[in-house]
Design a protein around this ligand. Sequence first.
Ligand SMILES: NC(=O)c1ccc[n+]([C@@H]2O[C@H](COP(=O)([O-])OP(=O)(O)OC[C@H]3O[C@@H](n4cnc5c(N)ncnc54)[C@H](OP(=O)(O)O)[C@@H]3O)[C@@H](O)[C@H]2O)c1
Length: 320
Amino acid sequence: MSDCILEQLKSQTVWLLIPFSLGLLSLLKLSLSTLKWVYVNFLRPGKNLKKYGSWALITGPTDGIGKAFAFQLARKGLNLILVGRNPNKLDEVSGSIKSKYGSIQIKSVVVDFSGDLNDGVSRIKEAVEGLDVGVLINNVGVSYPYARFMHEVDAKLLGDLIRVNVEGTTKVTQAVLPGMVARKRGAIVNIGSGAAIVIPADPLYSVYAATKAYIDQFSRCLYVEYKNSGIDVQCQVPLYVATKMASIRRSSFFVPSTDGYARAALRWIGYEPRCTPYWPHSLLWALANSLPEWIIDAWRIKFNLGIRKRGQLKDSKKAE
Ligand SMILES: NC(=O)c1ccc[n+]([C@@H]2O[C@H](COP(=O)([O-])OP(=O)(O)OC[C@H]3O[C@@H](n4cnc5c(N)ncnc54)[C@H](OP(=O)(O)O)[C@@H]3O)[C@@H](O)[C@H]2O)c1
């Protein structure tokens, strides 16, 4: 059989053999990447996170994705440092985690990332002093209340986006890194967004998307900077997750619940420098990569203009 195929091939002209070989190579590449996709999404075991250290620090753990991360990390037996702005919500979350996973320790640090960040970061430094913090989840983030053009973004919103998303993540990382460097181990997860990485542009959310592009590049540089120091830095790139920020209440196949997202997310910690942990999101990412940018741009601006219209309507009803 193989002799017959070889004979057939030998009798072909070079002009036929070249595209045939290229086609075969592309098919091989596609098969290998499909196999890799199946392996990393369904078969590869998650790392033992306790090997990074016995404590995990999570920013923005009082709601949404951060809260789900806190529960999942506690489930793995890690002690938690919860950094949030609302003391009552911090108590509530830490109480319900304790009642479920009683054996772990929890510390809370009150920091409003849109307030005095230097003061907040010095409280974080105090809290991590002497603790074996192995995992850092830089989750805190804010977005627009609803889509708007750049000239409509007020100074407060602009300041908050940059302070919380960019400065917050940068300064918390800098506060936690020295301990990790000294212990020669750690895992840092920075939460990026598909708005900056999967789609070519997120019009009417320009500042939000740009802050997430910062997170992506910041993470990628740190990944290389610290990979020989035993510290794994990763940017996770969620698409829509059902949270108050996304204004999505119900989960669906392409929109995981926070719990669904965090369960998937934990299995990726310590691997690739950039990933989208929830596998249906990776299908959407592949689809976005295969479409011409102008199609995605046209769909996205239409979609976001719809959000803006609904937001403005709600605002005007509230004002009445
Ligand atoms: N949901 C999505 O579809 C999606 C998609 C891509 C990326 N992301 C990213 O995922 C991360 C989490 O988003 P999410 O959807 O879970 O948001 P969320 O439900 O709004 O939760 C945000 C968390 O951050 C806290 N927070 C907000 N502003 C803060 C401030 N100034 N100081 C301290 N804490 C503050 C909130 O505290 P309170 O409980 O006090 O409000 C809450 O704990 C963000 O970085 C976001 O950009 C989300």
